[in-house]
Design a protein around this ligand. Structure first.
Ligand code: PEP
Ligand code: MN
Length: 279
């Protein structure tokens, strides 16, 4: 106990996400909400979502271009055919974008479309992908493998930082446990652990953690209360029509209501909400 109280807590590094529309700080005093569809499905679906989440307080967009689906028979993402309209949606809404690269060969291809690279849960152990991201000058959002130890997750982050790219944000997105009532189990232990023991900012993905729309907002609020630096949440204009992860997608109204509650928690914690910044 004595020894524990003598340990110092490393202060969280601020990762700067430079977008054409301003710079976002993750890991500082502000709490950040990244939101958007699981998959980018069309120009209209993405634009509609972008406008709505921005007006409710999101600072950055998310959206899958290449999807790592459990079944090869399901929608795999629009890939490069969507690049042009994605850029136009980001420009029209003045929002930056985080999107997953599933293969090192996609990094160069998508470099000008995204402001931060996401590494998905299934690729947390893809060390050649991590090493390649370590050579880039864009931040990396590293999701925790759903069956990975906290220690393995931190070591995966070091594959990126060892290459020179220090801009890594960790994302807890739920782990597989013995429980099957929910899609995964949100490990808030991991959030407070990495905040105390590493310098990496950490955000929470309540959508994949629980997999059930009605339960996402309460976990998002718990994430804010736990001291996470932000959340990344799936939102869809018509979740029933979503080509991936519809059951966990929030409607625009759900998202707005959740944001109001999160803002009240943040006020109590004296933590401002980061707004999408304009140049
Ligand atoms: C996603 O963000 O849509 C996704 C596939 O997440 P994960 O890698 O955490 O399953
Ligand atoms: Mn998803």
């Amino acid at each position: 106990m004595e020894i524990e109280s003598m340990q110092t807590t490393p202060s969280t590094q601020i990762v700067k996400i430079k977008t054409a529309y301003g710079t976002l700080d993750i890991g500082g005093p502000q709490f950040s909400v990244l939101a958007g569809p699981c998959s980018i499905e069309s120009h209209d679906q993405f634009l509609e979502t972008a406008k709505s989440v921005k007006s409710s307080g999101a600072c950055m967009l998310r959206g899958g271009i290449w999807k790592m689906r459990t079944s090869s028979k399901t929608f795999q993402g629009l890939g490069e055919s969507s690049f042009d309209f994605i850029k136009s949606v980001c420009k029209e809404t003045n929002m930056g974008l985080v999107s997953e690269v599933t293969d090192a060969r996609q990094i160069e291809e998508v470099f000008d479309v995204v402001d931060m690279f996401q590494v998905g849960s299934r690729n947390m152990h893809n060390y050649s992908l991590l090493k390649e991201l370590g050579r880039q000058n864009k931040p990396v959002l590293l999701k925790r493998g759903f069956a990975s130890l906290i220690d393995e997750w931190i070591k995966a982050a070091e594959y990126v930082t060892n290459g020179g790219n220090q801009n890594v944000i960790l994302c807890e997105r739920g782990i597989r446990t013995f429980e099957t009532a929910t899609r995964n189990t949100l490990d808030l232990n991991a959030v407070v652990y990495v905040k105390k023991n590493t310098h990496f900012p950490v955000i929470v993905d309540p959508s994949h953690a629980v997999g059930i729309r009605a339960l996402v907002p309460d976990l998002a609020i718990a994430a804010a209360a736990s001291g996470a630096d932000g959340i990344i949440v799936e939102v869809h204009p018509r979740p029933k029509e979503a080509l991936s992860d519809g059951p966990q997608a929030l409607t625009f109204d759900d998202f707005k209501t959740m944001m109001n509650k999160i803002e009240r928690v943040l006020t109590a914690l004296d933590r401002p909400l980061q707004k999408a910044t304009l140049v």
